[in-house]
Ligand binder design. Sequence first.
Ligand SMILES: CC(C)(COP(=O)(O)OP(=O)(O)OC[C@H]1O[C@@H](n2cnc3c(N)ncnc32)[C@H](O)[C@@H]1OP(=O)(O)O)[C@@H](O)C(=O)NCCC(=O)NCCS
Length: 179
Amino acid sequence: MEIFTKRLLMREYTAGDLDAVHAFSADPRVCVFVEWGPNTPEDSAAFLRSCLAEQHTEPRSVTTLAITVDGAVIGSIALMPADSSLTPENTREDGWAELGYVLAAEAWGKGYATEAAVAMLEFAGNSLGFRRVVATCRPENTGSIHVLEKAGLRRAALLPGHKVIDGQARDSLLFTIDL
Ligand SMILES: CC(C)(COP(=O)(O)OP(=O)(O)OC[C@H]1O[C@@H](n2cnc3c(N)ncnc32)[C@H](O)[C@@H]1OP(=O)(O)O)[C@@H](O)C(=O)NCCC(=O)NCCS
């Protein structure tokens, strides 16, 4: 699976991507608003193993792609079955997917996340046949809110105590788009 945009190639992960994955996943700046990390080397290896394993599942329920610029991995973007708290019937057949993404801090502020999200949404609708994409983010995550809104998602709800982060139940904003 490969998605080309003006500046990015989003492609399947390979075993050789471990160092690049660990570089951004172990960075505390990157993990402030997410429920994982900062990764240990073992966490990053397990993440990459799961990305490689999902490539061989049929039907494929999770699509995680490396975001690359000029051959370098700068982040990750994924479509996965929607969190069960967002849709009661979180199966692919229902045509719902959840979008997630993360970029290395060095790559922030250049429009890459928006470019990747727009391309992934187009791929989700046109190639994977999804009908609705949802995404959540912390209300404090201004950058991610901007990315979702620029990619055309609309704010649908506040989900109180939606995710446990650092042992605390944190609110999320829910965003949706019909494809
Ligand atoms: C959130 C994240 C993906 C944004 O990536 P990015 O490539 O910097 O985003 P973009 O450059 O496409 O920015 C889109 C818009 O948001 C704005 N923006 C980005 N980061 C911002 C921030 N921290 N504060 C305010 N605005 C921000 C940009 O200025 C841009 O708006 P503009 O085009 O009107 O100038 C990135 O910061 C990241 O990976 N963070 C850590 C992981 C994470 O939080 N993932 C999302 C979990 S929900």
